[in-house]
Structures are given as C-alpha cells and as structure tokens.
Design a protein around this ligand. Structure first.
Ligand code: C2E
Ligand code: MG
Ligand code: MG
Length: 707
C-alpha cells in the first residue's frame, strides 16, 4: 500500500487525462477525415493527406520519444491546416491530442506541461487566428467550428489541473519518504552508481560512524567505502554481519545489506545497517548453552559430535573414549539427586583434569562421558584412559562418607574412512564389555565385540517379546520327603520356548533378564503361574507345596511384596504352601534382605538355595532365619569322593536343624546318595533320581518315586 502510494503518486489522475485526450484525438481525427473527404483534393490538400498518415505512423511507432522529425511533421500539419482548410480546428485538435498523449506516456511527469506547451500554444494561436479572421456562422458546420475548440479547451484545463496535482503528490511522496527514512530505526543510505549519497538518515551516520566532516564519502564497516561494501553485500544474499567498534569504544555487531533500487533510471543502491548486537549476544549465549553441558560445563553431546566430525577427516588418528560411571544409579537413589549431581560434577572435573589440554571431554548424557583425543593411537588412548580411571579413583569425601568413583571405559581408535557414528558405537561397545566384565576397567574395541553386543541386543528384544507373548514355560521338579519317598512339593523352573532356538534353560537368559530389569515382569509371571499350578494340585487333592526362585534384584524392588500379596489373593493359595528360594547373594543387598524379611512375615516360607556356593557364611545363616536350606548339588556330587565333604554336609544338616530349618539336598542322581543323605538326617531331596523338571501335565508320567 505505502509502496504504491510512494512510487506512483498522481498516476490515476494522469490515466484519466490520457483517456480524455485519446477520446479527443479520435474525435478530431474523424472530424478531420470527414472534412478532407467532403472538401475534395486540391494540391495543398494532397500534401496534407500525405502528411496525416505520417503523423499517425510516427505516433504509433515512437510514442515515447520527443523527436524533431515528429515535431516538424506536426508543425506542418498545423500550419497546412490553418492555411488550406476553412475550419482547421479538427486538424489542430488532433495534433494537440497526439502531442499531449506522447507527453503523458513518459515517466518524467513533472516535465509534462513543458513538453505539451508547443502543441498547446499552436492550438490556441491557430484557434485565435481563425476566430479573428472568420465569422463563426458562415465557416462551416457547428461541430467543427464551435464544439471542437470548446472541448479542446476543456481538455487543456483538465490536463493542466491534473498535472499540477500530480506534481504536488510527487512532492508529498518525497516528503513522506524523507520522514520515514529519518524516523527509521534502521540506518538507511541511498547511493548512486558512484557511491555518492543521495538520501540517508542520522541512524546511518551513527551506525556507520560517518562523520559530518566527510559528507561525500560514506564509510563502510567491511570495505574501503560504501560502493565496495554494497558490491560485497549484493554478492551475499542475506545481510552480512560485521563486528564494529563504536565511537565510545564499545563493540557491536551490524547487519549490513545492500538492495538494488530498480525503478529509477540510474542504478541506485539502498544500503541498510541494523544494530543486531543484542540478538547476536543472545544467540551466542544460546549457542554456548547448546555447546556446553549445563551441569558439568563440559562439552555437550551435539557439540562433541561436531568436534569428532571435524577431527576425523583431518587424516590423523583420533582416539575416542566412552566413560560410564559404575554404580551411579545407586548413589542417586540412596543419596538423592543433589548428591547425584554433585557426584557427576566431581567426576566431570576429574575427567577434565586428567584429559588436560590435549583432548576434549564431554558429557554425553546421564552418567556417560566421552573424550575426543586427536592424534592418539591405541597406546596413547589407553594411557589416557588409565589416567582418567586413576584420577576418578581418588577418595571423594563430599557425601558424608568416603567413596571413590568407579567407571568403565571403552576405547576406539579411528581408521581411514571411519565415521563419527561408527567410532562412537565402537567405543560404546567396548565400554559395554568393560561394564559387563564387572566395571572399573578399560576395554579396547575389537571387531568381534560388536557382533557379540549386537547378538545380545537381539536377545534382549526377543526376551522382552517372550515375557509379553507367553513364550515362557514352567517345568516342575519334585522335592521328595526322604523318609517317605513321597513328593512333598515341586520347584518351578522357568524355560523359554524361543522360536527358532528350541527350549532354552534359565542359564541362558536369567542373567540377561536381571541385567535388563526384565526379571521383574518375568518373575511375576513365574510366581503367578506356579501359584496357579499349586492351586490346581490342591483342587486335585494332591498336597504339594510349590517353590519359586526369586532373584535378589526382584526382591529389592519395592513392588515385589504387593505383587506377591496380589498373586496369593487372586489364586487363593495359602501362604505356607509357597516357598521363595533365594541365593546367598541376597546377603549383600540390604534392600533385598529387608524385602525377604517382609515376605517371611506374610507366612510365605523362605529357602536358601545352593547353600555352600556363595558367601557360605554360617554367621549370616544364624542371624537371618530361613525355613529351608538347600544343600548345593556340588556337595551331593562330591559325597562319594572325600570324607571331608560328607563331614561338611553332616555339619550343614545339623546346623540347619539347630536353627529350625529343614534341609533339601539338591542334585540326587543315585540311590546311594539318597540313602546316605537319609541316614545323615536330611529331610528332603531333589534330583534326577526322583524326577527331572517337566511340564505339570507330564507329572503323572514321571518315574515313580523309589521306595
Ligand atoms: P536351582 O534353583 O538350583 O535349580 C535347580 C537346578 O538344578 C535346575 O536347573 C535343575 O534342572 C537342576 N537339577 C535338578 N536335579 C538335578 C540333578 O539331579 N542333576 C543335575 N545335573 N541337575 C539337576 P535349571 O532348571 O537349569 O535351573 C537353573 C537355575 O536357574 C536354577 O537353579 C535357578 O537358580 C535358576 N532359575 C530357574 N528358574 C528360575 C526362575 O523362575 N527365576 C529365577 N530367578 N531363577 C530361576
Ligand atoms: Mg532353586
Ligand atoms: Mg539350587
């Protein structure tokens, strides 16, 4: 809107005059033609006839130009008409209209009255001369002699009025432009092709540090003068940002842009300068935030990956270390998030210190850090990793008790053509292997590690599906009362019917389930399945208790007790019919131990599985009461070999009796083992001799318990 008003002031008025004169030209030319035809052709008139098409032709061909030739032809027509014709008004009107038309077509409207003046004067003189020599009544038809001149006069008056108005509008538009330019917060300079300033504002002087003493030369922050600057800016599509020092010594950033101004006859350029210091400052802050990890101040993940991207094509070997803190989750859970943050910050400081200026340390997220070490081969990278681990291992005293930071480090070194993602994945794989091997160690990446990790990831995904899709199967193994040789209960042992792999034993997936936390939903399924089975046996009149293996990780989860309660309620199984089997590792886990005691309070019985293989601490056995102690299979196997094993087993049986617990001997394969254990006072036994783990529906087909 504003643009239109400024660029074409008075345009509608000029259009109106143009239409008016066009109509008048047509009217005159028709009258002129009629006049010539009616009057017949004398020699003078013949010349006139020949000239008229010339005028028309020149008008059509070169309507935009002032040309002497055209002016001459027009002059000849005017004078010829005056001398030859009795009523020259139509011819004069026609020539006048043509001239006005031509004048109006140019772009320089201000000069229009000047250019139209000769035709106007010719018209008026001719008309006056004719009026003075010829009485109106006798000279010809009314239209040619009276109406035509009057219409011509009206056209002239309107044209003069409109052009004056148009000139005023142009002036107003100039004034508006000047005001806008002056008020603009953007520095504006309009320069001509030589770089001379045509229009500018004070803001431009201020921003470009353009002193009043140098009026003709506009300085530019990036170029010797404004023309070079404009050229440079025009080459760039967007504004070019330049850092400048202001008069008061402070620095800022200017966005300078040059736009060609095309609707004037000479090439002009509008240079704009905008102070973008504040925006730039904010952007810098945001960029720093994105580049830095907020908590630790180390490089952030995205920025770090960019750094690796930039380092790789340089050709030298690049070492990449991925560091994952061991046991951070425990610190976070036990000591709270603030302590967790402090722990991370301490770790970051130590990593940064160990790395020094030769490499860049970053926090990739959570408790995972990384180090980019350009120019480090395997040996250098391993040395750096050792330095990091020993720096981390220095005593840390801020948590109210002494602790050390342990971490697993994976190291990968670039080879030609390797990408950032590959290198990071390799270092990550090596770290993962270090973690799986117990943590607190450094592992260098080897290609076969990648395959193992991939296979493990596949297993993980499949196991998740197995738990949700019912691929888990429960087998039951009889626990026999050695006195009566009757089955007193059954141990539920889980199997995985894995598509394409057959039936997998727990040894192949329980470790993975524990590592991934899948043990919790898996354990719940086993618990529910076993309790339902025990209820079915009960309904069939078989008095069989059921035993379920529960891992330490399950027990330490706060949700274990509620889910146990729920299962007992929904199945209706009396709690004393259920035995939970735990291994000695439970002693090392306070939360699991507390969970176990709560389980015991519900009336569910608790068995210590594989006794003798783990902590084997008799003092623990004394301190925490168990209902059942299961003597590990390794003792049963060794019974026949040494007298010492027999002594130990006898001792365990006696101790359990003193503590009020039953003993179950595991892995009985021979009748001799069963007899020895019965004689030694062992109450129950379990083993292939009595029955292999099998589906509940096959239980009746098991080899019968020997008497
Ligand atoms: P466990 O609780 O000690 O189970 C006894 C294991 O000994 C079973 O192996 C059983 O098949 C095997 N066994 C029983 N009698 C004999 C015998 O006479 N000779 C020999 N050589 N082996 C015998 P399985 O089923 O492979 O289970 C292995 C372990 O997996 C179990 O040891 C238990 O710790 C764990 N497990 C099984 N099911 C579950 C479960 O649902 N949850 C958890 N957390 N662990 C489970
Ligand atoms: Mg067991
Ligand atoms: Mg066992």
């Amino acid at each position: 809107m504003v643009d239109d008003a400024l660029s074409s002031p008075g345009q509608p008025a000029l259009r109106r005059i143009r239409r008016l004169t066009e109509a008048y030209a047509w009217l005159s030319s028709v009258a002129f033609a009629v006049q010539l035809l009616v009057m017949g052709v004398g020699p003078g008139r013949f010349v006139l006839f020949a000239l008229v098409p010339l005028v028309l032709l020149s008008w059509l061909l070169r309507p935009m130009r002032d040309s002497w030739l055209i002016a001459l032809v027009e002059c000849a027509v005017v004078h010829g008409a005056m001398f030859v014709l009795p009523t020259p008004q139509p011819a004069l009107g026609f020539v006048f209209a043509v001239t006005v038309q031509r004048a109006l077509r140019g772009t320089d409207h201000e000069r229009f009255p000047l250019r139209a003046m000769p035709a106007l004067l010719g018209f008026l003189t001719g008309f006056t001369v004719w009026l003075s020599v010829t009485p109106v009544a006798v000279t010809g038809p009314m239209v040619a002699s009276v109406v035509m001149p009057l219409v011509g006069l009206a056209v002239v008056a309107t044209a003069l009025h409109e052009t004056a108005r148009s000139a005023r509008l142009v002036q107003d538009a100039h004034r508006t432009v000047e005001t806008v330019v002056r008020a603009s917060p953007v520095g504006l300079v309009l320069v001509d092709a030589e770089g001379a300033p045509l229009l500018h504002n004070d803001r431009a002087r201020e921003l470009l540090a353009w002193s009043e003493d140098a009026p003709g030369r506009v300085p530019c922050p990036h170029g010797p003068d404004i023309t070079a600057c404009a050229r440079g800016c025009r080459a760039a599509e967007d504004a070019v940002e330049v850092r400048v020092t202001r008069a008061d010594g402070s620095t800022g950033v200017l966005a300078v842009q040059a736009v060609p101004v095309e609707h004037v006859s000479e090439p002009h350029t509008l240079v704009t300068a905008l102070d973008v210091s504040k925006r730039r400052e904010l952007e810098d802050q945001l960029r720093t935030r994105a580049e830095r990890d907020e908590l630790t101040g180390l490089a952030g993940r995205t920025h770090f990956l960019h750094l690796v991207d930039a380092a790789l094509p340089a050709g030298e070997t690049v070492g990449l270390l991925v560091i994952d803190l061991d046991g951070f989750k425990e610190v976070n859970d036990a000591e709270g998030h603030e302590a967790g943050d402090w722990y991370l910050v301490s770790a970051a400081e130590r990593i940064g210190r160990a790395v020094g200026p030769v490499a860049t340390a970053a926090r990739l997220g959570g408790d995972e850090f990384a180090v980019l070490a350009p120019g480090h081969d395997v040996r250098d990278a391993a040395r750096l990793a050792t330095r990091i681990l020993s720096e981390l291992a220095r005593p840390l005293t801020g948590l109210g008790h002494d602790t050390v930071i342990r971490a697993s480090v994976g190291v990968a070194v670039s080879s030609p053509g390797v990408g950032t993602a590959d290198l990071l994945r390799d270092a990550d794989t090596a770290m993962y292997v270090a973690k799986r091997e117990g943590g607190g160690r450094i592992r260098l990446f080897r290609p076969e590690m990648g395959e193992r990790v991939l296979a493990r990831q596949r297993d993980k995904a499949d196991l998740r599906t197995a738990v949700s899709d019912g691929q888990l199967v429960l087998h039951y193994q009889p626990i026999v009362d050695l006195a009566t040789s009757e089955a007193a209960g059954a141990e539920a042992l889980v199997r995985w019917q894995r598509p394409g792999h057959g039936l997998l034993g727990p040894g192949e997936f329980i470790g993975l389930a524990e590592e991934t936390g899948l043990i919790v939903p898996l354990g719940n399924k086993v618990l529910a399945g076993a309790c339902e089975q025990a209820m079915r046996w009960r309904e069939q009149g078989r008095s069989l208790g059921v035993t379920v293996n529960v891992s330490t990780r399950q027990l330490s989860a706060p949700a274990f007790l509620p889910s146990l309660d729920r299962v007992l309620k929904t199945t209706g199984l009396p709690p004393e019919r259920l035995t939970i089997e735990v291994t000695e590792s439970v002693w090392a886990d306070g939360a699991a131990m507390r969970g176990l005691m709560e389980v015991r309070e519900t009336g569910v019985r608790v068995a210590l599985d594989d006794f003798g293989t783990g902590y084997s601490s008799l003092s623990y056995l004394q301190r925490y009461p168990f209902d059942v102690v299961k003597i590990d299979r390794s003792f049963t196997n060794a019974l026949a070999e040494t007298g010492r094993t027999a002594g130990v087993v006898r001792c365990i049986i006696d101790l359990a009796e003193v503590l009020g617990a039953h003993t179950v001997a595991e892995g009985i394969e021979t009748q001799a083992q069963a007899d020895w254990l019965r004689n030694a006072g062992c109450a129950y036994a379990q083993g292939y001799l009595f029955g292999r783990p099998d589906l509940a529906e096959n239980w009746d087909a098991q080899p019968s318990v020997p008497h």
